[in-house]
Design a protein around this ligand. Structure first.
Ligand code: PMP
Length: 462
């Protein structure tokens, strides 16, 4: 055999024009209106270093989304690279169906050591959505294995988001995004999320009403500690604790989706620590590998696990798995990332407060209705009229106007609807956080004339 030239090094010789043409000819992007994308000047990333990304033209940008909420320690991190390379020399992948691999075993033990108390078992998968699917199916089968076939509904919250597979969509349908699928969904009940916080009592009353009247057909309740994709809406103190109590009272399992909030994103290792409670099922993804590789996990208790033990013909087994479940490369990086994160945790509260201070002036911006922050998760809600809270129409894509200016100034951010989401990597230094927020504030200033024009067009003619 002839030695092959390194295919990846060879990609560096491709011109930006070629890469852009190939992207526009062959690729279909997630959550992206492709008609508009094809007409745009795309960002194609070539490399990353620390909290910055370089595109194929040689422009460097701050990674203001943590590469969609998952990067923890920055890019090209020596410790993570070393773990990945070391594992690569051993094996890249081996199945977990009926067997194990060394990093997957070691990571499961380590996760259980740091997870909220009571969680004892780790079931791996490869994305946040699959971690959620697994929790939903485990909850339903937990009851079915004990003869409770009626307990097959899941209580969810309005405006929560749990991923894009149909099971996850079923517990969090969104009329805007999921309209073609709505009548395929099982009709799970939903309660209002307690935001603003003075709606806590109302929300808990609604939850209790559903639990009281339908507990015999409810397998579980699923909740996000902070509504992430809903626009960064943190739940009030006491909410998760109250849900824990209600779930216990009515014999319904509690699933906490920490795909976005886990691994330090709110300033603690897991958001539910702040409430001193443990769920029956905990969904993890995103930051698990520090943002390196697609690995996710659903953690559960020994009580749930034991309901799946039985003779083979009883069919109590959890017949669920993915080809790349427990991928050794992902698990090796996750082990290294977790150790780095544990060292980093004490530095986070000070950074969170610096971030809050730097961002504060933005809440005075004439088109900002609210600035919300949960640790390193920031949502800036843009409205046409602050006093009346009148939204801009969806088609105006006002978040993207600000994001375009931020990109021009050297930071990539991405809105959800009219909420600009800013999610810096946890590794950002205080100086980097200051620079990133300076860009963000300037981008909001740059957007002012365009927002004013759009708002004026909304005024009824007099
Ligand atoms: N749950 C939550 C709370 C999320 O924020 C997300 C992704 N933003 C998911 C689930 C789905 O994760 P993934 O995109 O990895 O499927």
């Amino acid at each position: 055999m002839h030695p092959q030239p390194n295919l990846i090094d060879a990609l560096d010789t491709l011109s930006p024009e070629t890469l852009i043409a190939w992207d526009k000819t062959y690729v279909w992007h997630p959550f992206t209106p492709m008609k508009q994308y094809l007409a745009s000047e795309p960002v194609i990333i070539r490399r990353g270093q620390g909290v910055k990304l370089e595109d194929i033209h040689g422009n460097w940008y701050y990674d203001g989304t943590s590469s969609i909420w998952l990067n923890v320690h920055g890019h090209n991190v020596p410790e993570l690279n070393a773990a990945l390379e070391a594992q690569l020399r051993r094996i890249a992948h081996a199945t977990m169906l009926g067997q194990a691999n060394v990093p997957a075993v070691a990571l499961a033990k380590r996760l259980i050591e740091v997870a909220p108390p009571g969680l004892q078992r780790v079931f791996y998968s490869d994305s946040g959505a699959t971690a959620v699917e697994i929790a939903l199916k485990m909850a339903i089968q937990f009851w079915a294995n004990q003869g409770w076939r009626s307990k097959r509904y899941i209580l969810g919250f309005t405006n929560n988001y749990h991923g894009d597979t149909l099971g996850a969509v079923g517990v969090a349908p969104d009329p805007l995004f999921h309209w073609p699928f709505l009548d395929l969904l099982p009709g799970h009940p939903r309660a209002p999320y307690p935001y603003p916080h003075d709606r806590l009592a109302e929300s808990l009353e609604a939850v209790e009403h559903v639990l009281r009247t339908r507990h015999h057909e409810l397998a579980a309740l699923i909740v996000e500690p902070v509504e992430g994709a809903g626009g960064i809406l943190p739940a009030p103190a006491g909410f998760l604790r109250a849900l824990r109590t209600l779930c216990d009272r009515y014999q319904v399992l509690l699933i906490i989706d920490e795909v976005a909030t886990g691994f330090g994103r709110t300033g603690r290792l897991f958001a539910c620590e702040a409430e001193g409670i443990s769920p029956d099922l905990l969904c993890l993804g995103k930051g698990l590998t520090g943002g390196y590789l697609p690995l996710a996990a659903t953690l559960t208790t020994e009580r749930v696990f034991e309901a799946f033990l039985g003779e083979v013909e009883e069919r109590k087994t959890f017949f669920h798995g993915h080809s790349y479940t427990g991928n050794p490369l992902g698990c090796a990086v996750a082990l290294a990332s977790l150790e780095l994160l544990l060292q980093r945790l004490p530095s986070l509260p000070a950074k969170v407060e610096r971030l809050r201070a730097h961002l504060a002036p933005l809440s005075e911006h004439p088109f900002v209705a609210e600035l919300r922050q949960a640790g390193f998760m920031v949502g800036i809600e843009i409205v046409a009229d602050r006093a009346r809270r009148t939204p801009f129409p969806y088609g105006a894509q006002v978040g993207f106007i600000v994001a375009r200016h931020a990109r021009r100034r050297g930071m990539l951010v991405r809105p959800i609807g009219s909420v600009l989401i800013f999610m810096p990597p946890l590794a950002a230094t205080e100086a980097e956080l200051e620079e990133m927020t300076t860009i963000l504030k300037a981008a909001f200033e740059d957007a002012l004339p365009e927002l004013e024009r759009l708002a004026q067009n909304l005024q009824p003619n007099v």
